[in-house]
Design a binder for this molecule. Structure first.
Ligand code: Z5A
Length: 213
């Protein structure tokens, strides 16, 4: 479809620099004249933001089971895809999303050890064919990600309180996904300084998303 936009997602473990890089890429794309929609998961819609609060900060969330968590992330995504992502892509916008279905595959399907086949079916149901054109996976040693998050300050949310081994499982899960889907997922070394990581991302976008910047 000639008017279709670009759907780019950012993934990685906590503190890897997704939010920083997504902002940099959004201004680069805006400068080229295209509409840019910046989204985050969970969230991005009024319903999704309520689910985000429930998942991360609500005092009742301490009792949340892994199964409930999976379904709430999927519910937020189902809403986001239909309310925002698809209409924006139809308009020809560039949709940049901080996390998407790979987060569920890895956090719930690997680190929480839920049945990966069921996780995949729920992911499919939520997105119903709306998949990213490109996923930028920012890879960083877990200790460095925790250090960056700690230095940024602010209270740790429910997920951020997980153990080091949980985040090691997340990182390993992401690296496995990158090997499985090399056509969609581009692995980015997130250890260098912000400007160097941004330069590398710019190169990837030029190679993989012709005409976007
Ligand atoms: N989750 C899930 O389990 N299942 C799902 O399906 C979905 C999500 C969708 C959402 O957390 C949580 O939900 C997440 C996964 C789970 N849990 N964890 N952990 P969130 O949205 O609140 O936060 P996050 O996605 O984990 O990201 P973050 O911790 O906010 O970090 P970030 O966005 O990747 O990084 P940043 O904010 O850009 O950078 C962190 C700090 O490092 C900041 O001070 C920067 O200035 C600094 N920084 C950035 N880049 C650099 C470089 N290159 N060098 C040095 N310092 C840097």
């Amino acid at each position: 479809m000639a008017s279709r936009g670009w759907f780019i997602t950012f993934e990685g473990s906590e503190g890897c620099g997704k939010s920083t890089q997504i902002r940099r890429l959004s201004s680069m794309i805006r400068n080229s004249g295209r509409e840019v929609i910046l989204l985050r998961e969970p969230g991005g819609t009024p319903i999704g933001e309520k689910l985000r609060h429930l998942l991360q900060h609500d005092e009742s969330a301490g009792a949340m089971t892994s199964e409930t968590e999976l379904l709430l992330f999927a519910a937020s995504r189902a809403q986001l895809v239909r309310e925002v992502v698809r209409p924006a892509l139809q308009r020809g916008a560039a949709v940049l999303c901080d996390r998407f279905l790979d987060s569920t595959t890895v956090y719930q399907g690997v680190a929480r050890a839920l049945d990966p086949i069921k996780v995949s079916l729920i992911n499919d149901f939520a997105v119903c064919g709306t998949l990213p054109d490109l996923t930028l996976l920012l890879d960083l040693p877990v200790e460095e990600g925790s250090r960056r998050s700690f230095e940024r300050g602010g209270p740790a949310d429910r997920m951020e309180q997980e153990s080091l081994s949980f985040f090691e499982a997340v990182r390993a899960g992401y690296l496995e996904l990158a090997q499985k889907y090399p056509g969609r997922i581009s692995l980015i070394d997130a250890a260098p300084d912000e400007a160097s990581v941004a330069k590398f991302i710019e190169q990837v976008i030029k190679e993989r998303c012709h005409g976007l910047i």
